[in-house]
Ligand binder design. Structure first.
Ligand SMILES: [Zn+2]
Length: 256
């Protein structure tokens, strides 16, 4: 949390281009010969003559202790993978590469490359009301027909229930409700009057957040809420400042 907030978004930063507040520099300097010597010293299996060395994201050296290139979203993936990092290029004997990469802090509103989220959807909880008196008068068969008319199988028929022992319609899986009107229409058709209503509860949202692995979903939600809170506070501060200005101007006019 606090580490991510250490950086300022590049577009909000006071610098001309980029600086330590809004970016991190990563150096990439790999030579085929050095790498071969390194591998020989570490006793790693040496590359056979004529083949290449793969330069990966693991070779990027960050100038900031808090920031590094990430290849895996979690430890498990890292343990299960044969790769050391994300492949960038291959070097043949005698070749070398040297470059400086700049990682800039930004948000997805500006460019999708900054989005840590791959999928984000929300839905409402349904508020389902049933007119028991009307439904009670229907036969077991009629109730079954109503229950079975719902493609999402939100309702269940409790055959032994109901005031007259002719079955009772109960809500079994509200989370599967897609607010289709099939049951409402069918119930009205059979009973001759409206007896089931379904509407969304506008005060409760069920969010599904999936990330690409750079941040955990709960982190994304928490940081999102933090950003929202910050913006609301900024808005409050600015409107208060405007109100104060106007009040001062008003007083000035009164004195004149
Ligand atoms: Zn800057």
């Amino acid at each position: 949390g606090s580490l991510m907030r250490r950086f300022v978004e590049n577009r909000d930063c006071e610098c001309e281009d980029h600086c330590w507040r809004c970016s991190v520099e990563l150096d990439l300097k790999v030579s085929y010969d050095d790498k071969q010597n390194e591998m020989a010293m570490e006793g790693d299996e040496q590359d056979e003559e004529g083949t290449n060395i793969v330069v990966t994201s693991a070779d990027l050296k960050s100038n900031d202790d808090d920031v590094r290139a990430i290849t895996f979203g979690n430890k498990e993936d890292e343990a299960n993978s044969q790769d050391k990092g994300i492949s960038i290029l291959k070097l043949a004997a005698g070749q070398e590469i040297e470059l400086k990469a700049i990682a800039i802090c930004g948000i997805a509103k500006e460019h999708a490359k900054w989005s840590p989220v791959s999928a984000c959807v929300f839905r409402f909880n349904p508020i389902i009301t049933m007119d028991k008196d009307v439904l009670d008068r229907l036969s077991l068969e009629q109730k079954r027909e109503i229950v079975e008319s719902d493609p999402n199988k939100v309702f269940h028929l409790n055959e032994q229930g109901g005031s007259f022992g002719k079955g009772e319609i109960v809500v079994a899986k509200p989370e599967d409700c897609t607010f289709c009107e099939d049951v409402v229409v069918k119930a009205k058709e059979i009973a001759g009057e409206e007896c089931i209503s379904i509407r969304p509860d506008m005060n409760h949202f069920i969010y599904t957040v999936e990330t690409i692995g750079s941040l955990a979903p709960e982190q994304v939600v928490k940081e999102g809420l933090h950003a929202l809170k910050y913006k609301m506070q900024e808005l409050t501060n600015h409107t208060a400042a405007i109100a104060e200005d106007q009040q001062l101007q008003g007083q000035g006019a009164a004195m004149n």
